[in-house]
Design a protein. Structure first.
Length: 342
């Protein structure tokens, strides 16, 4: 069996640095804060999507190194169901084999172990064929650790992945844990990326890590959107204001701003941009999307919280998207019999 080039099967890819899918422009790293550049090395949201007519299994060849001998988990999904998970050892040249459900052609999605930073170097079918799924509209999502998927138990449960499945979009996850503070160089990189839909979900880290005042965040949001609009003047853009963070809501930061005040500033910036003529921009207020019971550590959502946020974002974006076409993903999901959720 001949190894196939994985590129036609990979989704969620923003940029490449050699064989590695990365989440910042390799030619523009010097302008990024170190924490943003560090998180951008991890292929968050990158996955394989394929049809497998007549195949019994799919083999994935990859390179990954993990300190301490940590193993990786490859998860096979079909529609909204997790079919199976396979543990694989990290190595310079490793192959994992994932069995496919009998009589099912797909479409299937494989989520690799993001934390190991794997570079997929080849794919092939066992006993059949492997075909890439048709390209879908690209949804570029920018934010912080919540967007990156922290405290979700699996990559597929992170809110951008879940909302992307619901909307039939190719999700490009540009969530950077520890940053996501309205860095204007990131806005310029987003402007240069192909995108059919955009979502910006930052502001929480403007309360703590690098403190902002409310007027500073207001102006930063306006500047950030202006730079993004230079590359995407008519693209639907959703601003999501900070989610509930109980310890920060009424607590002033080093510049005297509470998270509640920062949230109001971000929402007001979005509303003012709409009034100024940006009819393709909308705002999702984040305060009431989750309750304290959905937060694992008082900040990051658990799986149920990610699911609620995904549903809220999908509902907010849906009216701004073109009518969905029935594609192979929808047909495949309809044929999927119930299975356990991973």
């Amino acid at each position: 069996m001949t190894w196939l080039d994985p590129d036609p099967f990979l989704r969620g890819v923003a940029w490449r640095d050699g064989r590695h899918a990365v989440r910042a422009d390799p030619a523009d790293l010097a302008r990024l804060p170190w924490d943003t550049g560090e998180r951008a090395l991890l292929p968050i949201g990158v996955r394989l999507e394929f049809l497998a007519p007549g195949a019994r299994a799919v083999e994935i060849r990859y390179r990954a190194e993990a300190p301490g001998g940590r193993v990786g988990l490859f998860a096979l999904w079909q529609g909204e169901r997790c079919v199976t998970e396979v543990l694989s050892d990290p190595a310079e040249d490793a192959v994992t084999t994932i069995g496919l459900p009998p009589g099912e052609d797909g479409p299937f999605t494989v989520h690799p172990p993001e934390a190991l930073g794997p570079a997929v170097t080849g794919v092939r079918a066992v006993g059949g064929a492997l075909l890439p799924v048709p390209a879908r509209p690209r949804w570029v999502v920018h934010g912080d650790s919540i967007t990156e998927g922290w405290w979700s138990t699996r990559p597929a449960h992170a809110w951008p992945a879940a909302a992307g499945r619901t909307l039939g979009l190719d999700t490009i996850n540009l969530g950077y844990a520890g940053s996501g503070r309205g860095e204007l160089c990131v806005a310029e990189q987003i402007a240069a990326l192909p995108a059919d839909v955009l979502t910006l979900a930052f502001g929480t880290n403007c309360w703590s890590g690098v403190p902002f005042s409310a007027p500073l965040l207001y102006e930063t949001v306006r500047a950030f959107v202006t730079l993004v609009r230079a590359g995407h003047p008519e693209t639907p853009l959703l601003l999501v204001s900070p989610l509930l963070r109980p310890d920060a809501e009424e607590t002033p930061n080093a510049l005297g701003a509470t998270l509640s005040e920062l949230r109001t500033a971000l929402e007001r910036a979005g509303a003012d941009l709409v009034r100024a003529g940006d009819s393709r921009l909308s705002v999702l207020p984040g305060r009431d999307v989750l309750g304290p019971e959905h937060l694992m550590d008082g900040l990051h959502p658990d799986d149920s919280g990610h699911a609620r946020l995904a549903a809220a974002v999908a509902k907010a974006l849906a009216p701004h998207l073109p009518p969905a076409k029935e594609d192979v993903r929808a047909a495949g999901a309809a044929r999927t019999s119930p299975r356990r959720a991973c």
